[in-house]
Design a protein around this ligand. Sequence first.
Ligand code: FAD
Length: 305
Amino acid sequence: MKLSEEMKNKTLLSFELFPPKTEKGLQNLPGTIDHLMKYNPSYISCTYGAGGGNVGANREVCQMIKNAGTTPVTHFTVIKNTKEGIKEQLDQYLADGVDHMLALRGDIPLGETTTCGDFDYATDLVKFVRDTYGDKFEIAVAGSPEGHISCRSLESDIAVLKQKQDNGADYIMTQLCWDMEQFKYWLDAIRCAGITMPVDVGIMPILDQAATINMALSRNACVMPRELCEIISKNWIFPNPFVQDPFDADVEGKKARFKEAGIEYTIRQIDEYRACGIDGIHLYALNKWKDVSEIIDRSGLRTLV
Ligand code: FAD
């Protein structure tokens, strides 16, 4: 059964992994996946480096996911990809038995103003995949509850999401959003716009100060609620969390307290999302099974599976 069909019956739990950059990281990944498999995820997705730089590792990770016994979903972007190149890669995924994808535009490369490929937007990719492959792929698309960083307006971004549905997309995976009022507004707005696709909510566990700030601000302009800012401020590593050798005398203590408060915050966020009637929880597992397991066990998400 398609994941989008399953989501109509129950809230799904899934994870996101990235291809490790080192050989050792790649060797450790099957163990990480085995740990995550005890939660019986409906699927595990794997990120795709913009420009296809890590496509070999991505395919390897998809095979690990498949071998572990769940559905691999590959992310896929149009950055620096020609139509022929896209077809070649998608044929290869199908030959590998990977027939679920998250169809993305990808971030415009630094210093460029275009995708440097044949397609401009994710809508083009969705249309191309449907026209070329019919129903062979199940297609997820990105949705941004706060509006994508370069959209003209939230309304124009929602119109783009409707276009993705009209072009044949099956369900939505959302961008990180901590602003729950904004999320509820967006959920109502997309339904009013005629978007009926299931909404699978992307949640990034809050475990590390620098990574949290980076994820929120380096590309996405995510609003940080006061409560999250307090967790960051109370545990601030001086002079700042980005330097290699901070002069703060309590680095380890602050890291540990930040992580504990971040896990509690993530759990409360999961509760709030579940109370909104969303269709799936997609945890960015960041290849860290121990922390993710703690979040699932303590939040009661186990009851989903
Ligand atoms: P689009 O939907 O194409 O939108 C991009 C911008 O263009 C938006 O502002 C939109 O409003 C506007 N737009 C779209 N269509 C039109 C149109 N026809 N006319 C005018 N404006 C238009 N990136 C990676 O490189 N690798 C990954 O693995 C990856 N995984 C991700 C997973 C999730 C769950 C999410 C939410 C994002 C992920 N990203 C990843 C990031 C994503 O590639 C970026 O957010 C990228 O900048 C936009 O991709 P998109 O598919 O949302 O683009």
